[in-house]
Ligand binder design. Structure first.
Ligand code: NAD
Length: 371
């Protein structure tokens, strides 16, 4: 296990006019490379920021072109987790792990136990959970060698699959954006496109159909579309076309980077609110592109915070209950409205405003240490 501490990364300390010292950290606190020849485990853990609490973030199992690509992915994802926790008012920090999917490597019990034993050695600074290609069942295996895992089944005292609550938080975020843009948060009759109908997308479709929105869906997996269309009245569209259809709301719920220099000019929607992490290929440039096109973008780390809200309640079992999760998730409505109002007032992209609110919360705690 190779650990790279924060000194490797850029950070700056400045003093303001009142003499207060500010600590600005641009990179993660710690990067840990995990390697085990016996199981062919190769993983990277990024602990981005632990000012508000231990770094929480999922384990992603994905093939990457090279190690640099995996590192970039885990760094971006861990930073989003920091923003997500901070803006949602949670007392945890941001982290993430990627387990590199090599040819012939599958998530066996041996590899998951080994991964868990490395997470254990991090002493609780990083708490692992599910993400793309990892499930509750995988967390059960990981829990055999570490205490620092959440997203376990309810039967084992965990909070269960967070996807349903991620979808609920996204639905709440959509309503807040609709209130801002259309003057009402009713979604009845609104044309809403959902790209990716996996765990989150399918739950979202169910909520939208209950409210009688007109729902367009796409997925690269035909079976998922088939199953969904048997359950709900949806319009199936090809993956290449959904984002350019005339829509009130577009919801990217597959993988990241779908909003970029090529797709943004083709968009034909008033609002974007989706579950996928890192939707903007280049956060600054693409956030501005959306702003210039007057498309209201709910930052992904805010729109999909319901999953983290659900999972972290597992850390405090004294307070774990469904009603509390629901109540905390519904608070996303006023947080979204605040971000959208502030962005409109300051003529700034919503992504920048949301990041700044998240960083201000973290900064206020950091500065308390260095004053
Ligand atoms: P999932 O794997 O269950 O579903 C993703 C779906 O997207 C799959 O059906 C897949 O076939 C489809 N897909 C992949 N590429 C596509 C493409 N180019 N066009 C259309 N569809 C495509 O994943 P999920 O748990 O539903 O998560 C969706 C996204 O939300 C991911 O980016 C995930 O990181 C993020 N997210 C999920 C949660 C959660 O609670 N599950 C929480 C926060 C963020």
């Amino acid at each position: 296990m190779k650990v790279i501490e924060q000194s490797y990364f850029e950070h700056a300390i400045s003093t303001d006019r009142d003499g207060a010292t500010h600590f600005e950290q641009k990179g993660p606190e710690q990067i840990v490379y995990l390697q085990d020849e016996a199981t062919a485990l190769q993983a990277i853990v990024a602990i981005h920021d632990t000012t508000l609490g231990p770094a929480v973030g999922g384990l992603r199992f994905l093939a990457y072109p090279d190690e640099q690509a995996a590192l970039q992915d885990v760094l971006r994802l861990s930073r989003s987790m920091t923003y997500k926790a901070a803006i949602a008012g949670l007392d945890v920090g941001g982290g993430k792990a990627v387990l590199i999917k090599k040819k012939g490597v599958t998530l066996t019990e041996a590899i998951l136990r080994k991964y868990g034993s490395y997470v254990e050695r991090l002493g609780g600074h990083y708490i692992t959970a599910t993400d793309y290609n990892t499930s509750m069942e995988h967390m059960v295996q990981i829990a055999k060698s570490t205490r620092h895992v959440i997203g376990l089944p309810v039967a084992l005292g965990g909070s269960g699959d967070p996807s349903e609550n991620t979808a609920y938080g996204l639905y709440i975020a959509m309503k807040a954006a609709a209130k801002k843009v259309f003057g009402s948060d009713r979604l009845v009759g609104k044309k809403i496109g959902v790209a990716g109908v996996g765990k989150v997308g399918s739950c979202l479709v169910s909520l939208l159909c209950q409210e009688k929105a007109v729902v367009y869906v796409t997925d690269i997996c035909p079976d998922r579309l088939q199953t969904l269309s048997e359950l709900h009245k949806v319009v199936i569209v090809t993956t290449e076309h959904l984002h350019s259809l005339p829509l009130d709301i577009y919801a990217p719920c597959a993988l990241g980077a779908s909003l970029n220099a090529e797709t943004i000019p083709q968009l034909n929607c008033a609002i974007i609110a989706g579950a996928a992490n890192n939707q903007l290929a280049q956060p600054e440039k693409d956030g501005r592109r959306l702003f210039e096109r007057e498309i209201v973008y709910v930052p992904d780390f805010l729109a999909n915070a319901g999953g983290l809200i659900n999972a972290v309640t597992e850390l405090d079992m004294r307070s774990f209950n469904k009603n509390l999760v629901k109540q905390r998730t519904e608070e996303l409505y006023s947080i979204c409205l605040h971000v959208l109002d502030k962005a409109a007032e300051s003529c700034c992209p919503t992504e920048e405003v949301a990041q700044s609110l998240a960083l201000t919360r973290i900064q206020s705690i950091k500065n308390a240490f260095v004053r």
